[in-house]
Design a protein around this ligand. Sequence first.
Ligand code: SF4
Ligand code: SF4
Length: 93
Amino acid sequence: MFANYGYKDGSGEFFISVDTGRCAGCPDKGCVEACPEQVLEVITDDYDDQVIAVREEHRKKIKYSCAPCKPTGGTKEIPCVAACRLGGLRHSW
Ligand code: SF4
Ligand code: SF4
């Protein structure tokens, strides 16, 4: 199942999608430590699985919270995505 966190406005769509099935089986949750802005946290979902979520305070400003990680030209590895070996995390922008 995918959980989507973010928003859209006139400038685009800004969502982080979490594949909670993959997170449930992920032993180290490496994306949380990898994030320099403390955007991600581990929560217990409705199925009693430990999965990641975007912290409430970042959900309506995720474009800005993640801006330091985003490439302004060329390619740049995004820390949370790079840390995830299971492909559990996607950014829409
Ligand atoms: S996004 Fe990746 S690293 Fe983070 S908890 Fe999910 S599977 Fe693990
Ligand atoms: S893009 Fe950067 S700030 Fe945003 S969740 Fe990933 S590591 Fe954290």
